[in-house]
Design a protein around this ligand. Structure first.
Ligand SMILES: Cc1cc2nc3c(=O)[nH]c(=O)nc-3n(C[C@H](O)[C@H](O)[C@H](O)COP(=O)(O)OP(=O)(O)OC[C@H]3O[C@@H](n4cnc5c(N)ncnc54)[C@H](O)[C@@H]3O)c2cc1C
Length: 472
């Protein structure tokens, strides 16, 4: 099994000595000691002052990237054996298995600034979806009428929403695309469900298309997620492609990790306490952090490490945002188009599925098809993977015929208990001040928006704040 991760060496000195010395002078007193006027000065050698980043997901990687670009020495401490956090791809028998269904939106502005898109070799999804409404019925296509006017004609009379709904989808995309981010992020907020109703969408299109589509993004089938997040993601969907990197979603993190200075990352290093100028590891070791500490861990862990963090109204973990992703190997793709298929029937446990090799053939070995199926929720109490996979295959037999799915072989099930923080209003997707006092900074998707871009923005802001406060 291969995991996309950069395996890095032990700490090395900073690569811009001039900057480093400025940093050294900032929080440390001079080290020259004169024992006797007739003797030459003896200089006590002190270790290099560094910043410490706790957590190597996208936020921690972005913070590291920015500190490196400012020539600020740092050590990134990552608890697990790989970088990337929630963004990861495993390889199994020639299949690429993303740890949960994740889509890369090319219109994310921070991603566009930080990542080298051509080398990700992005493979786009068709911008629309097929909707399953019930056994024996054909799938119904929903396309953007403004992007694909001819193709969308076929969906005009489909039972997925009314005719005005289909125009509204296109209009909402046009409006979102033309609205500046700061307007979206500061607009009065409500839940997505209330917002969709206010926009005039009929219950039919909400239940059959928008609910499963958005539940697959926010893992929130009640659509309680803030309308600001909905508008922001809708805008990104309108402005670019939804895609998969040819080497799996983990390639995004691997690309950032590969650029970090050698020796700046320590894997298998779980922080247990954060202080003003040091981090204590579970092993008991103390890692000095004279320049400051950036805490880039997921929300529940951040709340443990930093009890001073303000808790969201109603407490953290207000709503579960969990998913289960099951992978199957098949001999052929029942749908060869690179398209997402949604469960609009209101029945069953499958939320969405797609044939990953139809989007990116590199996701499977030659001649094989990779099927990706997502459920929303933790399915706690349903811990038997084989049993759950059996139920999923039986359900999908109603979508594609029992003979079609009979030969699917279960590859693996990923249960992701904490997929995203709760983004129910009130939210601050524009991002909060990373400074929490005492030379400690916070970032992560819970500090901005729960997207790749939100995590990256939050990491950059934490690094910028640390650099500014240190006068670097
Ligand atoms: C299944 C799934 C699908 C998603 N789909 C999309 C999508 O399609 N589009 C999109 O934009 N976003 C998507 N997201 C959201 C996106 O992946 C996250 O918002 C983002 O990756 C969060 O990055 P992060 O750095 O804030 O946190 P994380 O990725 O959680 O990183 C935190 C890191 O900190 C480490 N850590 C934790 N505790 C400690 C400790 N004590 N000491 C040291 N290290 C520690 C962890 O091991 C981890 O590596 C999805 C998320 C999931 C789970």
């Amino acid at each position: 099994m291969r995991v996309h991760a950069a395996h890095l060496l032990v700490h090395t000195p900073p690569h811009n000595p001039r900057r480093y010395h400025a940093a050294a002078g900032l929080r440390r007193s001079t080290t020259a000691i004169f024992s006797d006027a007739s003797q030459p000065p003896v200089t006590e050698k002190k270790p290099n002052p560094t910043a410490v980043i706790v957590g190597g997901g996208l936020a921690g990687l972005a913070a590291a990237t920015h500190l490196a670009s400012l020539s600020i020495p740092f050590t990134l401490l990552e608890a697990s054996d790989r970088l990337g956090g929630r963004v990861a791809t495993d390889e199994l028998d020639g299949f690429l298995l993303d740890r949960g269904f994740q889509i890369f939106l090319t219109a994310y502005p921070e991603c566009a600034r930080l990542l080298d898109y051509p080398s990700l070799r992005l493979r786009p999804f068709y911008p629309g979806a097929l909707v399953f409404l019930g056994a024996g019925e054909p799938f119904h296509m929903l396309s953007d009428p403004f992007r694909f006017p001819i193709r969308s004609l076929s969906s005009v009379f489909s039972p997925v929403g009314t005719l005005p709904d289909k125009l509204l989808v296109g209009l909402a995309r046009l409006r979102a695309a033309a609205t500046p981010d700061d307007v979206i992020l500061s607009a009065p907020e409500t839940t997505t469900a209330a917002h969709l109703e206010k926009l005039g969408f009929s219950p039919s299109i909400v239940e059959r298309f928008l609910r499963p589509f958005l539940a697959g993004i926010f893992f929130d089938p009640r659509l309680d997620t803030s309308s600001r997040l909905f508008e922001l993601v809708f805008k990104r969907l309108a402005l670019g492609d939804n895609a998969l990197p040819e080497a799996g979603i983990g390639a995004i993190a691997s690309q950032l990790a590969a650029r970090l200075p050698a020796g700046s990352v320590r894997l298998g290093s779980r922080a247990s306490a954060v202080r003003e100028s040091a981090v204590t590891l579970e092993s008991g070791e103390t890692v000095p952090a004279e320049l400051g500490v950036i805490v880039a861990v997921e929300q529940p862990e951040a709340e443990k490490l930093l009890p001073q963090l303000p808790r969201p109204k109603g407490g953290s973990g207000r709503g579960e945002r969990s998913t289960v992703c099951l992978y199957f190997a098949a001999d052929r793709a029942a749908v060869e188009e690179p398209i997402l298929i949604l469960n609009g029937s209101g029945k069953g446990i499958v939320n969405n599925m797609f044939f990953a090799t139809s989007v990116a053939p590199s996701y499977g070995p030659a001649g094989k098809t990779l099927v990706s199926v997502s459920l929303v929720g933790s399915f706690a109490g349903r811990e038997d993977d084989a049993e759950l996979a059996g139920e999923v295959v039986r359900e999908l037999g109603g979508w594609f015929r029992a003979e079609e799915v009979a030969s699917w072989a279960h590859l693996r099930t990923y249960r992701i208990g904490f997929a995203q923080p709760d983004q129910t209003p009130p939210t601050e997707p524009a991002g909060r001040d990373p400074r929490v006092g005492g030379g400690v900074y916070v970032c992560g998707d819970h500090w901005c928006s729960a997207t790749f871009d939100g995590a990256l923005v939050s990491g950059r802001r934490a690094a910028e704040a640390l650099a500014k406060d240190s006068g670097l």
